[in-house]
Design a protein around this ligand. Structure first.
Ligand code: ZN
Length: 350
């Protein structure tokens, strides 16, 4: 098989992708100009804003996790009306289908939308997004895992969980937890997660990206997270790795994101190989692909070139099993993947 061939052809599954983080850079610049907001967001201690300039030719340049979170905020601020979100979702669908994505559970962050635009009607915005995502059917199915967003605290997280539990008609299948993991650890969100679970929603959480192994363990034990976003720091504690491996809790690993935010050192091999070797369920995604100047295909290519095609195929199979899709949908995804792999083998042997 030619190098990179599998990454290009294999059907793709999004399990850790923030819809806002897929906004094409040119669209971001256009929307920011339309709404008269800066390309950078940096609140100052005095309550105003410091340095909202950015480079329209390279609007997504940043260094480190702190600056990244502000960039994500700036992107979210440029999205102000349901029609902006519809455009975001429509362009996402075009880019995803072009790459052979067949299924996705996408993060969206309504608390961040409302922070920048308190008058935004969240339900109409979700409707605008979902009607575009449904255009992808039957080629691809997309569902939503709205983020409770740590930075706004527990009460807001509960409010968001309640609002999202009333939007299962809009393809909401669960809730997620992102944002500042160090200042807002998992234990603060046990109640909103318990509520979400009581409403039949699935629960996932970012953990071990910046916070330590205890953050990963707490996400599993206190929040009931069924999948962990990143989880990298779990490797500092064999007991936590054992919990992930023995319970089969999948890790959503995003290699380029982890290097750019500093979760993984640039000059070390990426630890997803260690997780795999230790019996954990590894899946691969792109996190905020536009902001990290990557794509799900790019991440799959990276994995294929470093860990080999067999590892990539295993991670995609893991991702299918790790979805919250119906059994019949999983069966169809497996068949799709089997066909793609068989075709590639045939091609390389003829
Ligand atoms: Zn993420």
């Amino acid at each position: 098989m030619a190098p990179g061939a599998l990454a290009k052809r294999i059907p793709k599954i999004h399990l850790h992708c923030h819809l806002e983080g897929t906004l094409r850079p040119a669209t971001f610049v256009e929307l920011a100009a339309k709404h008269g907001v800066g390309l950078r967001y940096r609140p100052s201690n005095a309550g105003g804003e410091a340095g909202s300039q950015g480079d329209p030719a390279d609007p997504y340049r940043f260094e480190g996790m702190g600056e990244f979170l502000y960039l994500f905020a700036a992107v979210s601020r440029s999205l102000r009306e349901p029609s902006d979100y519809a455009r975001l979702a429509a362009e996402f669908v075009d880019d995803a289908l072009a790459q052979g994505v067949i299924y996705g559970e996408l993060f969206v962050s309504p608390p961040v939308w409302s922070f920048f635009n308190p008058s935004l009607d969240v339900r109409s915005t979700m409707e605008a997004i979902v009607s575009e995502l449904r255009r992808a059917r039957p080629r691809a199915i997309f569902r939503l895992l709205p983020d409770l967003t740590r930075n706004f605290g527990e009460a807001k997280a509960m409010e968001t969980a309640r609002a999202m539990a009333a939007m299962t008609d809009l393809d909401v299948v669960g809730v997620s937890l992102g944002g500042d993991e160090v200042r807002f650890p998992p234990r603060l969100f046990a109640e909103p997660f318990a509520y979400a679970r009581s409403q039949g929603l699935h629960c996932v959480a970012h953990a071990g990206e910046v916070g330590g192994a205890a953050s990963v363990r707490d996400a599993v034990e206190l929040l009931g997270a069924e999948r962990i976003g990143h989880g990298i720091r779990a490797l500092d504690d064999p007991g936590t790795v054992e919990v992930l491996a023995s319970r089969g809790i999948p890790l959503e690993i995003c290699p380029t994101s982890n290097r750019l935010t500093g979760a993984v050192l640039i000059d070390h091999p990426h630890p997803y190989v260690d997780f795999d070797r230790l019996g954990c369920v590894v899946t691969i995604d792109s996190d905020d692909p536009a902001l990290f100047d990557t794509s799900i295909t790019g991440e799959y290519e990276l994995v294929e070139s470093t860990a080999g095609p067999a590892a990539l195929e295993r991670y995609v199979r893991n991702a299918i099993e790790a979805t919250f899709a119906q059994p019949i949908e999983k069966q169809s995804m497996r068949a799709h993947l089997d066909r793609a792999v068989a075709e590639l083998h045939e091609r390389s042997s003829s």
